[in-house]
Design a protein around this ligand. Sequence first.
Ligand code: HEM
Length: 481
Amino acid sequence: MSEETRASATTDTASTADDHGDPSSADGDRTDRPKPLPVIGNLHQITGDPLGFFDAARGHDLLPYRMFTDQCYVVAHPEGVQAVLVDDDDAYRKGEMMQRQIGSLLGDGIFLAEEGDWQDQRSTMQPAFYRERIAGYADTMTEKSATMADGWTDGQVVDVAEVSSELTLAVLADTLLGIDPGSDRDIVAHAADAIAARYDSRRVGAFLPEWIPSPTNRRYRRALADLRRTIDRIIDDRRTAIEEGSYSGTDLLSMLIAATADGGMDDQTLRDNVVTFLFAGHETTALGLTYALHSLATEPDEQASVRDAVDEFGDPVIDPDGAAARDALPAVDRVVDETLRLYPPVHVFFREPARSVDLLDTRVPAGTVLALSPWTCHRDPRWWENPEAFRPDRWETSTGDGRNGGPASKSSRPEYAYFPFGGGPRHCIGMRFALLELRLTLAVLLSQYRFSPVTETLSFAPSATLQPDGPVRLRVDTDSL
Ligand code: HEM
């Protein structure tokens, strides 16, 4: 443990331990902790400015806070993140807070499953994410990106948040589910909007139970019921097609259906997993694409140099060696890595210790909520020079696999200063899928269009993912490419 990097910003000795049971041991005795109020704890600061709250955790190690009666910490030091996700991962659970928050959405699916149940589900699904299988999805990714780009006209203004979401849903549906979303696209899009609104962290309601009959909760419940009906129909159709011998695909959906046939998964879990993949697999990647395009649009020189690299590479759509080849497009990969640093689509996720643990020299009782925030660590000046700037060149000295949670440079930056896909056994199963899709789509789009901002500045509506607050409009031009 490098003491000099831990809590290096400790200010003075005045204790701020309040009257509400917040621990004073974490982070020494710092004066810059957010002060909780009676009953609600720090809720008002989180809803007031969710990203500002996680910004304020930069420079800390373990930052205590409270949500109603739940004692929580932001784990702001990468060594703490690594301890939770990797080194001592079996001491931690997704936990009750996650269940209370998104249990009704993701149910018994892989995202929230624990222990043996999780292990079984992960083993069932893993073959759909083997390296060779992922490479086999490259054609669909490039073709669908090219079709989208062909539909644009010179000078058109495009809401890249909307089109990215349509694209990544179409890719996910085709490659992993073996379906054409067709008219079901509207049902998924409607559910995605209702989910984003339900979990919008700027609303107090996001932290209250969903049975409270607010308009947002009612809309969420209706949208989820519609989505589940649609998924049931998709599953029924596939079962019938498999029984009749008219479908022989080996996509993820067919794998999951086969697992229910041999008793390895029940129907409820199957449906929860389809919901999980629809959202974990398309919204996140769509956000990555949106923020990459916006960042390049606002940095025209960077955009031009990445486009030159793509042009030199050749047409990604007809690349005979398969554009999936690792390191085929390092300039694009650097844009992807930097985008996921600056705008991590999953900006925060949670764990709870199953038993009392020592974390960064602090005794943390079982059931304490630990917020792991890529947003905080990815923008901490202790690890990143000029952290708020979009600078793909910071990845040039990469010793490789920064995106895999590994070291992002030859510097002494700790490994988990960068963890857009989580880490340890429960790291994102779709990481390679997402990275390939981002790389190929960016290459296809940059080879055809120059992007310039109409929406000049990004603003956010942080929810379960880092949603933009409204459309992200860019103008697409074919001239002067
Ligand atoms: C840029 C895109 C993506 C980002 C930033 C991202 C981020 C993450 C993160 C941070 C986790 C860990 C959550 C935790 O530990 O609590 C995770 C888990 C997961 N992701 Fe992704 N993800 C992305 C794309 C995808 C895609 C494309 C898929 C599926 C096709 C996917 C499916 C999943 C699933 C199923 C899990 C749960 C894994 C488990 O618990 O075993 N994700 N993702």
